[in-house]
Design a protein around this ligand. Sequence first.
Ligand code: FES
Ligand SMILES: [Fe+2]
Length: 382
Amino acid sequence: MDELLRELAEHATLPFARARMLPLEAYRSPEFLSREIDLLFSHEWLCVARAADIPNNGDHATALLPTAEGDRSIIVVRDHDAIRAFDNVCIHRGAQLIDASEPATCNSARFTCPYHAWTYRLDGSLTGGPYMSESTEADGTAFNPDRHHLNALVVEVWEGFVFVSQGAPDALSPQLAGLSEVVGRFNMAGYIPIYNSVDVWDTNWKLLVENFMDAYHIFKVHKNSFGATGDDTPFTTMHPGTARWAHHRVMNPNDADMCHESNTSLDGDWRKTTVLAAVFPGFVIQLQPDWLWFLRITPVSTRQCRISWQVAVAPEMLHAQADADAYATTVMDLVHQVNSEDHPIVEGIRRSVERPQFERGPFSYLERNVYDFDRYIAERLR
Ligand code: FES
Ligand SMILES: [Fe+2]
């Protein structure tokens, strides 16, 4: 581990021209994974849902946050205009309030614990518990529901995405202001969800983030999907981000039909532009004028990651379709194909990084965002 941290410290100072992928031990060391969970996932803002998933009062969803003690189950709930997040834990004796295996979102005006029926309002306050009239507080006074509350997490909504913090010291939106300037014009908060899934892939979580932000493999791996109508590489531009996020864009002049004619918020080249962005550690989006694909990537082990992902469609595009289901199916066929093309690649890399003799080669200019992510890892974990 000391050797890895020394290498990372060196890595964090490398200019792009001399950089390589991270030291291989960073992808295979369980000790390093613990460090990632402790220093990144337990302390950064993490995306846990989309506000559009819980549009009505009482709508709620569950999510898992990686922590040193294992996955932390939380509830994200719409309470009128506010979105709140709580530990999915009844404060009486710790039963799980919501069965995380039930459909991803559902509605209720109250949370009633399945164990002894203590009941909570949407703001997390306790209304009371049955057969508690004889009970007392720890200080000997009569049991008072007003003194009890679900454990709340700090919530921030950015561009329609719900983030929670387990201890991030600073507000999220100011850190993403530069990215908002790029993606704000798309109004992606209004995109309509058409697909929601959770998968586990046999690869290190960082390899999947790197793959998503790698503009170099598209012409090869995705020649039959994204590249079916031609190679977008000449239209791809890399843009510097900050220590918190990175992005690149694809502006293909032939892609004008990505933007519906009734869209009035995008102008000029933006009507043909796709943005690929990462909010570190593991939130990545592909944002187009017609649809949005995002992944919340978290580690399960050094060899497995959990991918909570969704596809949403621009409302004007969906509403213009004579057959919205058929359109959604066409979008999803493409995304599923892209996934099937990436899947064997990133699982293969996971096997490769476990071979000590493997040497790392130089980056192409199209891997700039891989470098940006790797530098974030190196700087934060060295
Ligand atoms: S554990 Fe929830 S009411 Fe008892
Ligand atoms: Fe890919």
